[in-house]
Design a protein around this ligand. Sequence first.
Ligand SMILES: Nc1nc2c(ncn2[C@@H]2O[C@H](COP(=O)(O)OP(=O)(O)O)[C@@H](O)[C@H]2O)c(=O)[nH]1
Ligand SMILES: [Mg+2]
Length: 382
Amino acid sequence: MSILNIVRRCHDCGAILQADDPNAEGYISPEALSNTGARVLFCNKCFEESRYNFVPRSPKVSDDYLSMMEDAEASDALIVYVIDLFSFENSFVPAITSIIENLNILIVANKRDLLPKDYDDEALKEYVAHRFRNARFKVTHDDVVLTSLTSMSDTSAIFEEIEKRRMRHDVYVLGAVGAGKTQLISSLLHSYSNESNRAIISANYPGTSLRVMQVPLDTSTYLYETPGISTDNAISSKLDLAGARLVVPDEPVKARNFIMDKGDALAIGGLVRFELREGSKQDVKAYFASGVTIAKGRAVRINETFLRKAEAGAYVPSSAALTSASDFDAFDLTVDETGSRDIGVAGLGWICFHGAGQTWRIYLPKNVSLYHTRSKIKDKDR
Ligand SMILES: Nc1nc2c(ncn2[C@@H]2O[C@H](COP(=O)(O)OP(=O)(O)O)[C@@H](O)[C@H]2O)c(=O)[nH]1
Ligand SMILES: [Mg+2]
């Protein structure tokens, strides 16, 4: 009797997988090939070219940046870490953290206006502190201040806090590109009086080629506005200017509610798909800017038509950089935790659901990072 076997192919390049010849196309180790439980396999070449996106991929930082952080560490400086509350999962870079983890840190959690007004501020501070602790910082919710720097909110309390905490040491203002560092400093300059004989300058940080704004705080110390940590692992790196504007909310982000069953999927613009592979019928809240279309359907249908619809403009925004299935990574994420959980994509937004052992398959553009945490905005009934 004849036997029909499935031919397994590399999920990325499509080569037929084989475990015989390491120099030929589609080579994969015999152990990996015989792992019949793995739904998605990559040939060694694709795997090693790191086109496969390990979570979370951290942004690159230069040696100059690290040497500036070593100065901060050596001078026992105060770190003012500015984050964008809507999306800050890509603000952490282990190479930076390991240098400054023992310094005094004030977290300025900016863009409070983009989250629902009625959401509890104390819970939000605790969430932020929790995320910083996960990234190895020793902070509590008392180290977090919430603010909206574009509104007329009073920032004098932030500067009093900086003054109190810095103990006459230097201050380094850190954060991802677009977090609000420049807004913070321009707001500081409103009430600033220069008590030194040195001017505010934008110059190379000593010993580096990093352009840094340097504000004298007294006769011997400075506040430095450091260059933004790269967001090359955020969704904006795949978008043109118009698309990048669409993914940033301009009003408090509202949950869009869906009921998802096994086999359903959500397409987030023409950028990301969340597919419920395993799990029972459940409520899912999607937090994305209102200009981003969210389409729900059966996964098979969505996957078949995704790129075509994105190209035809039915899914907004879409990206000219995403033209074939191989421009996406696929992850299977099985949720072991209970309680309210988020799975999010750097710079785009997140879905929120109740953790119950379900498995999500997430397709997202290569080199964009993905996160899974407890919920930023908890449901009242969860
Ligand atoms: N909605 C909102 N947008 C903000 C807030 N603060 C800054 N922004 C916007 O975020 C963008 C980046 O701010 P900027 O200070 O230049 O960030 P930097 O790259 O960290 O210096 C600008 O378009 C600001 O208008 C805020 O509190 N709320
Ligand atoms: Mg700036």
